[in-house]
Design a protein around this ligand. Structure first.
Ligand SMILES: *Cc1c(COP(=O)(O)O)cnc(C)c1O
Length: 388
């Protein structure tokens, strides 16, 4: 098979070798239920506690503030539904303030609460660089606000949002703040205390951990209700027998990520910056979404004029390169990206978005090979379909 190069780490990552190794015993001899009081259970309770400490350390919280979930989507659902309902029950506040560029796990959850439970949702716009507008956000806050939820880093553009400032504004009104940090963890330092947020979501598979496991940081004392019913696991907030192999894998991914972050990110940033510079030199009519803002170091969203992002993605795939057009979750349908539209690009420009998201295992040779292929793919597609 021809060589394959993976440039789609914002969609998912391969679990690190050490992560898989750490998990294996928990599928075999260490299969006990952590709630059991016998030795099979108790040794696994210890493993869960150790993983909780690693995850807490990664996000700047205490172990008691970490709730394990099935991933980013569930963490977002638990945070938003759980905290908004709890606050409305206590204070009648029924507004949710979010942004126009959130992941569907947040957007759809807010929509759902609006449609089915009578919450009123405000979608704060972003500026041309993809940064949520603080002035608009501040105007949206009131004593009726039950929750603010804004992502830490956008999955399509990599743009880092001013969460510390947002949390400070919300705190003045005593409003709890959630941040979807799924694209932040493992890419930039994340510290819930420093950010001033009450709730923070992460997902294992976005930072070289296993799929189907994530966590929600819940600051001590934050009012929140469970969204499913059952046993008393995870402080009653997430009932159900723990996914112990996943939890152990998540803990190991967190431990290694924290240790390796500075080195890995320097490597990735150098590759990303060279890739962007070279593409801009070699391919006319390309712009980089969010180029004027702070971004996570691994992400480049290139708007390539006069082509469809999906066609570029498919052609690159035939040459062995995995990138994404629009958001991965929306692919299958050739719709312009709602995130790029929110940045103010028109429908045609938004169709030409190509997201390249690098990982620590990518190399300079892979970037060189990409820079050979990419201009040719774009040129061919432009000559085939002389649109616009
Ligand atoms: C991937 C992603 C999610 C969803 O996480 P899952 O673990 O796939 O459920 C949520 N938010 C953001 C920003 C993401 O990138």
């Amino acid at each position: 098979m021809a060589r394959r190069t993976y440039f789609d780490h914002n969609a998912t990552t391969a679990a690190r070798r050490e992560v898989v190794e750490a998990m294996l015993p928990f599928f075999r001899e260490r299969f006990g239920n952590a709630s059991s009081i016998h030795l099979f259970g108790q040794e696994n309770r210890e493993a869960v506690d150790a993983a909780r400490a690693h995850v807490a350390s990664l996000v700047g919280g205490e172990p008691e503030e970490i709730i394990f979930t099935s991933g980013g989507t569930e963490s977002d659902n638990l945070a938003i539904r759980g905290a908004a309902r709890a606050r409305r029950r206590a204070s009648k506040a029924d507004r949710i303030v979010t942004s126009a560029i959130e992941h569907p796990a947040v957007l759809k959850t807010c929509e759902d609460l609006g449609r089915d439970e009578g919450f009123r949702v405000t979608y704060v716009p972003c500026d041309r660089d993809g940064v949520v507008r603080l002035d608009e956000l501040e105007r949206a806050l009131s004593p009726a606000t039950a929750l603010v939820t804004v992502m830490l880093a956008n999955n399509e553009t990599g743009v880092i949002q001013p969460i510390r400032e947002i949390a400070a504004l919300a705190r003045r009104h005593g409003i709890p703040v959630h941040t979807d940090a799924v694209q932040g963890a493992g890419k930039i330092p994340v510290d819930a205390g420093d950010l001033g947020v009450d709730l923070l979501s992460i997902a294992g598979h976005k930072f070289y951990g296993p799929k189907g496991i994530g966590a929600l940081y819940v600051r001590r004392g934050t009012p929140i209700e469970a969204i499913s019913t059952g046993g008393s696991h995870e402080c009653g907030l997430r009932p159900g027998t723990e996914n112990i192999p996943g939890i152990v894998g998540l803990g190991e991914a967190a431990r290694i990520s924290k240790r390796e972050l500075p080195r890995e990110m320097e490597h990735i940033r150098a590759l990303r910056d060279r890739l962007e510079r070279s593409v801009l030199e070699r391919v006319p009519d390309v712009s980089i979404a969010g180029a004027g803002a702070l971004r996570v170091p691994n992400t480049s969203n290139m708007l390539v004029g006069r082509v469809e992002g999906e066609a570029v993605t498919l052609n690159l795939s035939m040459s062995g390169f995995a990138v994404s057009s629009g958001s991965a979750c929306a692919s299958g349908a050739s719709e312009p990206s709602y995130v790029l539209l929110a940045l103010g690009f028109d429908g045609a420009a938004s169709q030409g978005g190509i997201r390249i998201s690098l990982g620590f295992a990518n190399t300079g040779e892979e970037v060189d090979a990409f820079l050979e292929i990419f201009p040719r793919v774009v040129e061919r597609l432009r000559s085939l379909s002389p649109i616009r």
